[in-house]
Design a protein around this ligand. Sequence first.
Ligand code: PLP
Length: 391
Amino acid sequence: MKQEFYKYQAQTTQFASGFEVERAEGNYIYGKDGKAYLDFVAGVSANTLGHSHPKIVQAIKEQTDKYLHVMVYGEYAQEKPVALCQLLADATPAPLEVTYLVNSGAEAIDGALKLAKRYTGREEIISFKDSYHGNTHGALSVSGNETHKREYRPLLPMINFIGFNEEKDLEQITEKTAGVIVETIQGAAGFIMPENDFFIKLKRRCEDVGALLILDEIQPGFGRTGKLFAFEHFGIVPDILVMGKGMGGGVPVGAFMASAEIMQTLSHSPKLGHITTFGGNPLIAAASHATLSEVLESGVMDEMYRKEQLFRELLVHPKIKKINGMGLMLAVDLGTPEYCLDVAKRCMENGLIVFWQLYKNNYMRITPPLIITDEEIKKGCKIIIDALNEN
Ligand code: PLP
């Protein structure tokens, strides 16, 4: 299958591992080589509750027995998408109330950017250096890494970039700004945390000039930091909340949320401010609703801080420079990209899946399913430490 994969499936790099997958369950992926691989990556934060969680699979099966797709987004009232949106409204603070369901994180970012422009009637978007928001033209335009953008210009105009945690840069947010888009924890850059009440100052500045604050929670959302959304740690509520990845528990999904007042602007003058065929698809909504219910009811979020501490206790080694992040989104600094990639390769040979951060390849990504057990954390960390000792 590997040769066919390289030949017929479009490649994103020239060095994909081509790992051949047989099946996946709980915190393990099983290869066609007959080996079990402990998963410290969770589909890059998508498999919130591990692989093939029985409640998610059951919800999908029940929906499959009723119907698959019946209409484009927004026209018919369907049980699962409505239940998902209602549960999201219950689980988030006011004024967040209304959810627009889409197909991916990047589409949700595009929708959020359009919504900010439409609501404010302004044109400028402010984003952050080193940010990552996805790969559609819109999402790429607000991502702050020139290497990934260079060959795809022209991108969206009127996008300006400021420094994350740079208080003095907040002055660049003005009455011309429609929205400020920011990751609550900067992912591709190595899980960089907001510092010194940065978000409180950012939110205040947005309010002062009438710009909307758009928070990209596509990585930390759905419990990864110990709260349903990471912004709950930082004393603010965004005007527009963007989610994706982990909200599906393993199926493709994205969404953006806002107050009813803001969101209703997409429905008139002109109508159809955002159109999507499969957004709110009932199969996907069933999986996402099951994921959200389980995250909220199981108590899994209460374990995030303790599990983070266990990782931090076990991952102590002279070759580890520091560990960024929070909860089960940790970036382990191994000094150089070459060494990090080499350690990741050797971990894989020894039955542990780890990855690296998109822009800063010196950081090893540790984002296991939230249901990872203490025993599995110990087992995986031993494989990492053994690899560091080896070479
Ligand atoms: N925003 C952030 C912070 C992400 O990490 C990602 C994906 O990695 C996206 C947006 C884009 O999501 P998707 O790949 O589902 O389009």
